[in-house]
Every structure is written in structure tokens, then in C-alpha cells.
Write a protein that binds this ligand. Sequence first.
Ligand SMILES: *[C@@H]1O[C@H](CO)[C@@H](O)[C@H](O)[C@H]1NC(C)=O
Ligand SMILES: *[C@@H]1O[C@H](CO)[C@@H](O)[C@H](O)[C@H]1NC(C)=O
Ligand SMILES: *[C@@H]1O[C@H](CO)[C@@H](O)[C@H](O)[C@H]1NC(C)=O
Length: 422
Amino acid sequence: MQVGPNNVLLGHFRPFYTMFLSISKKIMKMKGHCKIWFFESVGGAVVIGSLSSFIFAVLCAYVYVFPKVQPIIRDYGVPESSDPIGRCNVFDGKWMPDQSYPLYNASECPFAERGFDCLANGRRDKGYLKWRWKPRNCEIPRLNMTEILEELRGKRIVFVGDSLSRTQWESMICILMIGVEDKKSVYEVNGNKITKQIRFLGVRFSSFDLSIDFYRSVFLVQPGPAPRRAPKRVKTALKLDKLDDISKEWIDADALIFNSGHWWTPSKLFEMGWYFQVGGSLKLGMPISSAFRTALETWAAWAEATINPNRTSIFFRTFESSHWSGRNRNSCKVTRQPWSKTRGRDHSRFSDVVIKVVKNMAIPVTVLHVTPMGAFRSDAHVGTWSDNPSVPDCSHWCLPGVPDTWNEILLSYLLSENELYL
Ligand SMILES: *[C@@H]1O[C@H](CO)[C@@H](O)[C@H](O)[C@H]1NC(C)=O
Ligand SMILES: *[C@@H]1O[C@H](CO)[C@@H](O)[C@H](O)[C@H]1NC(C)=O
Ligand SMILES: *[C@@H]1O[C@H](CO)[C@@H](O)[C@H](O)[C@H]1NC(C)=O
């Protein structure tokens, strides 16, 4: 989903003719969908059940008859959100069984941490590995890692956020390593092992001059000591109006992928003595949802002031669905099959805030709206197949798994933008 005033499709600095070519190509793709759609309609297999499908039919007819007429698509916004990947909302779709998955073997990827390698930790059923995300109106292209590594030569990709961000970082490295012959040419720059608390991990693909970095910043904003005369229970003040001080290291990336959400809970904040602070004064009664919004606005202002959108593609991943159940939301039953319905988990207040804040930004930011796709995947969490089986986990995902899909989508975006550089 692309939100923000500058549409990425229009490119911030893509020459006009490239833009035109690309739009034409996308229309051709839409024409393809329309053809199938029409065939089904005419055959009576599809019942026009709503006004919107009727409008879509009319639009299809129009595009099919006048394939060179562009504005109609933009004006009517069909498909719903404009998107470099086949002009469709890639986050609206379903999971399809696919035997060609998973993309890699986590036990053979030195950067998949043991805690996420469910098979190595004793998970027996393997069905959860064999799913592909199918957007409603397009396909996520199957990526050739050899070619992708060439495209990414000389680049720096930076993931920032919590452990869900670390999972995506690990997944990205494992996916890219498929295309690397000499696995020893990929290494962590400080020789560090992956641990939960580490603030920086940098993996270098030396044959491709490519860096894939991770910065741990679970709230994105800066924690500090409690102010003097603060109540005893306050141990740390989270400064909602100051971005994390390691943010200066994110600036010169080619792609920046952020997340935040899982730490914004009473048990990770107030019960640990963390309280909010704005402009030097503690906000003891501030609800978590307003605090999250304030932090995100701080992040947005920082990005607008410091990031050069001509150099850096910015992404924000929405809340990664979790599947806790029971009255206290502390029971975790990993299923064998994905849920067939999202059961309300395709919505999250955190995701809503991310989407709203990004929409008002002056620079383009792509929202990776992974909440709905994750909502189905009650089968894909680490559960008790983690490094600590006594504490079941319905927040983190097995690798390989759902985070690989986030990366397939992310890579598709990066590559469609890389057309710019050709
Ligand atoms: C993954 O690799 C390990 C180590 O080489 C091997 O023992 C295991 O069978 C592989 N798993 C799968 C699912 O191929
Ligand atoms: C990937 O691309 C390379 C270079 O273009 C090609 O040689 C190789 O056969 C491709 N691999 C697959 C699996 O398509
Ligand atoms: C980005 O590129 C555009 C078009 O070349 C230019 O007008 C703009 O000043 C650039 N922005 C920055 C921050 O460099």
C-alpha cells in the first residue's frame, strides 16, 4: 500500500518516458486480469454481487477497449491502491498451498537464530512451510536471487525495530544467501552472534558490496533516566518527542524498514517502571495508544527532516498479528493449518496509527501492511518450538515462514524502484 502525497509510481526522479512505459506495462497487466474476469463473467461463473464489482466490470470493459487510456484507472482508483507491484493492493489476498515453499532451510542459514528454527527445535508437522501469499489482483513475482543480488550491489538495507524486525532481517539474509555460492563471503561485520538484546547487527555480502543491517530500537524513541522527584515506580522515562539516539546511523541507507508495536503494552512498560515523558515532563496517566501516536509523529518529523527521499526508500511495517488466546490472552495454541478467517485480527490499533501518520507525511513512505496476511497464520508461530519451550510464543514466527513473504514483497518494491537507476 502506497500512501503519501507523492506516489512512488510517479517516481521521485524517474524520467517521464520510463514512467509512461511502466504505466503502460501495468495497464497491460490489468488488461490480463480483466480478460480472465470477463471470461468468467460472460460464462456466468461470476455473479455481479455488488456495485463495486459492477463498476470494476465497466472499468475493465473500458480498459479492455481503450487500453491506452490511462486516467480512468487513476481517477477511479481501481484496483484500490496504487502499487508498483502490478498496480494492486498486495496486502489484500489469501494464502495458497504451494509445494515449492519454503525458500530455504533455516538449519543451513547461519543467520537464522535457533529460537526461530522450529524444525530444528522439534516441530514435526511441515504443512506450515508450504504456503504462498496470493494477492487478490496480482502475483508477487518469484524472485531470482542471483539477479536480485546484482540489483542490490553496493546498497545498504537497514531494518529498525524490535525482535519482529530482527526476524525479518534474518529472513532477508537467508533468502539472499540462496543466490550466494561462497557462503563464507557473508559475515557479521563485528563477528557478533545474534542475541536478543544486541543493538546492532551488520551482515555484509562481500562479493556484492551489500550490507543488511539491524538496529534494535523497540520504541523508536529514546529512553532516559527518570527525572528527579519522579515517583518511585518510575525507573525509565521514554522520551516520546526524541528519536532514539542511534537514529543517526540509519540516515544514509538505501532502504529503511521500520516497525514498532509489540513493546507498547502495560507489562513491558508500566510494570517494568517505564513511563512516558514529553518535553521534560512526565506523563504518568498518558494512555499507551496516545503515546504510540506521539512517538510515531516524532518518527515522521525526524524522517522528513533527515532522510533524503531521493536516496532512501522508506518502509514502515504494520503490526505483525499475534495469536494469543484465552481470557487473559496468555494461551498459545499453534494450529496445523492457517485459520480460514482472520477473526478480527486483520485490524490493529497500532496499524491504524501507522497508516494515519504516514498518510500525512511530506515524503513518500511505503506501508508494509502485513497485519491482515499474518492474521490467518495461526499455524506459523514458534509456539513451544523456540529456544525456551517452557514459555510458549504466539508472537514470533518460525523461519522459514511468514517473514519471508514480507521480504518477497519488500524486494519486489525495491526492484520496481530500482528500475529508476537503470
Ligand atoms: C535442513 O538441513 C539440515 C542440515 O543440513 C538437514 O539435516 C535437514 O534435513 C534439512 N531439512 C529439510 C527440511 O530439508
Ligand atoms: C537466475 O538468473 C540467472 C542469471 O540471469 C540465471 O543464470 C539462472 O538460471 C536463474 N535461475 C533460475 C532458478 O531461474
Ligand atoms: C530530490 O530530487 C528532486 C528532483 O530532482 C529535487 O527537486 C529535490 O530537491 C531533491 N530533494 C532532495 C532532498 O535532495
